[in-house]
Design a protein around this ligand. Structure first.
Ligand SMILES: NC(=O)c1ccc[n+]([C@@H]2O[C@H](COP(=O)([O-])OP(=O)(O)OC[C@H]3O[C@@H](n4cnc5c(N)ncnc54)[C@H](O)[C@@H]3O)[C@@H](O)[C@H]2O)c1
Length: 238
């Protein structure tokens, strides 16, 4: 694939490394720190764009890709309040978008376990739930997109909870997502069910960013020749 990187930060560089170790070519790198006109021009030659920037930039970058008729894989988190607008624009321009709050295989398996565990826990009201996410100090959004996806997965399946809150004293019907920021942590998520007598925890810890990058490349390959909006559920069929 001919690849355009929109956002050439930590994730843009990991995607480039994985792409170049395979049979792909990077034809364009667009970043606020790289405004070279040949790179901006070259995006038109890309088979796919990888958008990993920041929450405030993601929507307009996705729209630019729709307008240029370039399939886009978006990993940026924190823009989902605008999802309905993006969905309508995708239809309007007959565009292609693959989005995921987390591209790693392990986290997507965790999403499935999370659903199933919440369903089981419907029958065991003595357990209360805790959700914790830990990320590096530079992370801009809080709670993480992955933690929000996990919280929604619980809310969809566990009748005694109706809302998530972040770093607050939670009411009985709320899930408190605890967000911690620590040096050099790529991403750790823990779901905890605790009663007076025991504790059950599932944790996913990313060791580095390679799992996110290889999942994103798979997503880019998956959307070649397709139209519409796709997620990791379409790719992994879990
Ligand atoms: N979905 C996933 O699996 C996954 C994994 C890791 C990170 N992320 C998310 O991806 C995003 C980027 O993460 P990162 O660790 O690479 O961040 P980063 O800060 O290292 O890199 C972001 C880059 O985007 C550039 N940028 C900012 N605004 C831009 C714009 N308007 N146009 C072009 N470039 C712009 C910045 O200059 C920077 O180089 C974040 O939202 C993060 O939460 C998602």
């Amino acid at each position: 694939m001919k690849i355009a990187l929109i956002g050439y930060g930590k994730m843009g560089k990991v995607i480039e490394e994985i792409a170049l170790s395979g049979s792909h070519e990077v034809v364009s790198k667009i970043d606020v720190l790289n405004t070279r006109s040949d790179h901006i021009e070259n995006i038109k030659n890309a088979d796919v764009a990888f958008e990993f920037t920041k929450p405030e930039a993601a929507v307009s970058n996705i729209l630019k890709c729709f307008k240029l008729n370039i399939p886009v894989v978006c990993g940026t988190t924190g823009w989902y309040d605008n999802f309905e607008f993006v969905e309508n624009e995708c239809k309007k321009y007959d565009g292609t978008l693959f989005h995921a709050s987390n591209f790693s295989l392990g986290v997507n398996i965790l999403f499935e376990l999370n659903h199933k565990l919440a369903l089981i826990m419907n029958n065991f009201s003595e357990y209360d739930i805790g959700l914790t996410e830990i990320h590096h100090l530079q992370k801009l959004d809080s709670p993480s997109g992955t933690a929000i996806t996990l919280a929604k997965g619980i809310l969809d399946n566990l009748d005694r909870k109706d809302k998530w809150v972040n770093n607050k004293d939670a009411a009985k019907t709320e899930i408190n997502i605890i967000s911690k920021r620590e040096e050099k942590v790529p991403g750790t998520h823990t779901i905890k069910y605790e009663s007076n007598v025991d504790k059950l925890e599932i944790t996913h810890s990313a060791k580095n960013r390679m799992g996110f990058g290889s999942g994103a490349i798979l997503a880019g390959e998956f959307i070649q020749g397709k139209k519409g909006i796709f997620t990791m559920q379409d790719l992994l069929k879990l």
